[in-house]
Design a protein around this ligand. Structure first.
Ligand code: NAD
Length: 298
């Protein structure tokens, strides 16, 4: 079987056409979509993500500012900044780069973000709306996965989707999306995690397999059935002999599933580009909401 590589950049190009139109419409009203990003500590992967995000925002003429804090910053310092950003009209979205240094009160910090500026969709209010079937901001990675499935015409209706990983940022919102009575939902969904017994038995039954685990090459060819569509969310650094001394691999052993799967997202170049694209999408949405509210009260 020929396995199609589901390339994220092609999906992004199409979404960007629509985003550009919305951004220039906002510009005519004097609104530039703005994102405040808060980066605490020096996690190398987070720095790479923040740089890519800044470049992507600039490319689309959106505004972004990153607020940097040392590892030893305290919760109150961050919470006080978020409260100020909540009131600052220059920023329509606020992003807290995860993971936070171990000692920090992650939930307390995330919950301080005003839901109308929660472009990551991590606030319980937005997660609640998603479960309620009436989402406002959908977490970027799961939303990006839906866009990949839509672009490559991978039907979800009645399919058995297996999600490996139950994090609040990928696995759980992915479950909410695929199980809902949405156009790109209506799947029968199984969610697996560290306590799942006989993972292989379950992954072998997947029509659509989503791996969001953080374990390099966990899913190999013997664990997937012929014709499955695979979304590999994992981004893992493994050492090699290159100048960088590492390479990025997914949670899926890609070479091993080629010839078995109907399609698979490559790592890098699959889901990753969509995550940033959906962050811009959510920021533009927040700016549009802001602009319409300002219009009605001004
Ligand atoms: P996480 O650590 O919060 O969650 C991992 C989940 O995997 C947990 O729910 C855990 O129960 C499950 N798990 C771990 N080992 C397992 C095993 N052996 N068998 C079954 N389940 C297991 O991670 P996360 O934030 O959801 O991220 C997962 C991966 O996706 C990471 O590699 C991360 O870097 C990557 N990621 C990529 C993007 C992107 O834009 N492509 C975005 C977010 C996360």
């Amino acid at each position: 079987m020929e396995t199609q590589l589901l390339k994220g950049r092609e999906v992004v190009s199409q979404i960007n056409v629509e985003l550009r139109t919305k951004i220039s419409l906002l510009k005519k009203k004097g609104v530039v979509p703005g994102l405040a990003a808060i980066l605490i500590g020096s996690d190398p992967a987070s720095k790479v993500y923040i740089n890519s995000k800044e470049n992507a925002f600039k490319k689309l003429n959106c505004y972004t500012q990153t607020f940097l804090f040392n590892e030893d910053a305290d919760d109150d310092e961050i919470i006080s900044l978020i409260k100020k950003l909540n009131k600052n009209d220059k920023f329509h979205g606020i992003l807290i780069q995860l993971p936070l240094p171990g000692k920090m009160a992650v939930k307390k910090i995330l919950h301080t973000v005003e839901p109308s500026k929660d472009v990551d969709g991590f606030h319980p209010y937005n997660l609640g709306l998603l479960l309620d079937g009436d989402p406002n901001f959908i977490p970027c990675t799961p939303n990006g996965i839906i866009e990949i499935l839509k672009f490559y015409k991978i039907d979800t209706l009645g399919k058995h989707a297996v999600i490996v990983g139950r994090s609040n940022i990928v696995g759980k919102p992915m479950f909410a999306l695929l199980s809902q009575n949405f156009k790109m939902g209506n799947s029968t969904v199984t969610i697996c995690h560290t306590k799942t017994k006989n993972l292989k038995e379950i992954t072998l039954k997947a029509d659509i397999l989503i791996a969001a685990v953080g374990v390099p090459n966990l899913i190999n060819g013997s664990m997937v059935k012929k014709g499955v569509d695979i979304i590999d969310v994992g981004i893992n650094r493994v050492s090699d002999n290159s100048i960088k001394k590492y390479k990025l691999v997914g949670d899926v052993f890609t070479e091993d599933v080629i010839g078995i799967a109907n399609s698979v997202t490559p790592v890098p170049g699959g889901v990753g580009p969509l995550t940033i694209c959906m962050l811009i999408h959510n920021t533009v949405k927040a700016a549009l909401n802001f602009s319409s509210t300002r219009g009605s009260t001004g």
